[in-house]
Design a protein. Structure first.
Length: 351
């Protein structure tokens, strides 16, 4: 009888043990499914990008994932998100979701705020408004907010500029930002880059030649608009313009006229155009214009700070349209070069 009871007891224990193993196995599978099994649906794509706006709740995140049809199993994602306390740790930004990501990997990515940065460069831009529009297309702050800020006297005064010369704040380069960058964060970053560029050495050089940092940048923007690429020639042009400034002569720079008109497709400035009334027209106004006419590159600013001391007063583009220039000390010699250039333009029917 005792043996029989012992046998029954063993069977019960074995059954309980097997039941525990079964429950444990089911639980383990459920945990594996929630944690490590792929729960991202991208079809044939390797990755997709989602944007989580500032102020989003967990429900917003789930909605965004749902609208993009990214989750195979929504409930398992929500279950693990609650366990990992992501529901109260939503971070805005631009996120790249990879194919076959598990809930665990996806939640870790979002909870840690591991964003994909965006890049902003100055290629092809002429004005600060154009920059604001480009930036507004790539970060969360929209163009209207950025345009309002860049023309807000009180706002930009904090950075030491005014609406006319604010373009001097921006040092052209390729910069990385996070998508959820605010207007203030964008300007703060540009101010930081500006301060890093203007080292004590550069500041001292500006003082030595008698110009403020902003004035150096304004002149550099004109030099750059005359010569985009040849750094040695930039130094010559900078020296020539400084000669004109010292002699109280108008700079008479065609690019300033083009900037004043606002039509950057102009290839040949007419005599009539040089007479337009604008503070940026250096044919009718002596001295520097009130602000930069381009985003002055670092090399252009350095060309002004290290300008070549010369006796040149006049310059004219070469007739081969290479972008290089003739330089002259006398008006008569300048007229010889100018005729060559005019004839070349006429031959090519450039008016």
């Amino acid at each position: 009888m005792a043996k029989q009871k012992s046998s029954i007891f063993k069977k019960i224990m074995i059954s309980i043990f097997l039941m525990i193993l079964l429950i444990g196995g089911i639980g383990g599978y459920w945990a594996y499914r929630n944690l490590y099994q792929s729960n991202v649906n991208l079809g044939d794509k390797k990755s997709v990008v989602i944007y989580i706006p500032t102020g989003s709740s967990f429900e917003d995140v789930v909605r965004i994932l749902g609208e993009n049809n990214l989750l195979k199993n929504r409930s398992s994602f929500e279950f693990l998100a609650e366990k990992k306390k992501y529901k109260d740790a939503v971070k805005p930004g631009k996120y790249r979701i990879l194919a076959k990501m598990s809930n665990n990997a996806l939640i870790n990515l979002l909870r840690a705020g591991i964003q994909e940065p965006i890049e902003i460069n100055f290629n092809g831009l002429h004005t600060v408004d154009q920059l604001m529009i480009r930036v507004g297309r790539r970060i969360e702050a929209d163009s209207s907010q950025l345009l309002h800020a860049v023309h807000d006297v009180d706002f930009i005064e904090k950075y030491g500029f005014n609406p006319d010369n604010i373009q001097a704040l921006f040092i052209p380069n390729t910069y990385q930002f996070y998508w959820n960058t605010s207007v203030e964060e964008f300007f703060d970053r540009m101010a930081k880059e500006y301060k890093q560029f203007w080292t004590e050495e550069r500041k001292n050089k500006a003082k030595k030649i008698g110009y403020s940092q902003t004035e150096v940048t304004i002149l550099a923007s004109i030099v750059q608009s005359e010569q985009c690429c040849d750094n040695d020639e930039k130094r010559i042009i900078a020296g020539l313009y400084i000669n004109r400034l010292k002699e109280d002569m108008p700079l008479q720079s065609d690019p300033t006229v083009i900037y004043a008109i606002g039509d950057f497709s102009i290839q040949r400035v007419s005599t009539a155009q040089t007479r337009i009334q604008s503070p940026y027209n250096t044919y009718v106004n002596k001295g520097l214009p009130p602000g930069p006419i381009a985003f002055a590159q670092q090399s252009s600013i350095d060309a002004v700070l290290n300008y070549e001391e010369n006796d040149f007063i006049y310059m004219c583009a070469k007739e081969d349209l290479s972008g290089k220039h003739y330089f002259a000390k006398t008006y008569d010699q300048h007229c010889v070069y100018a005729k060559k250039y005019r004839d070349a333009l006429n031959t090519r029917n450039i008016h």
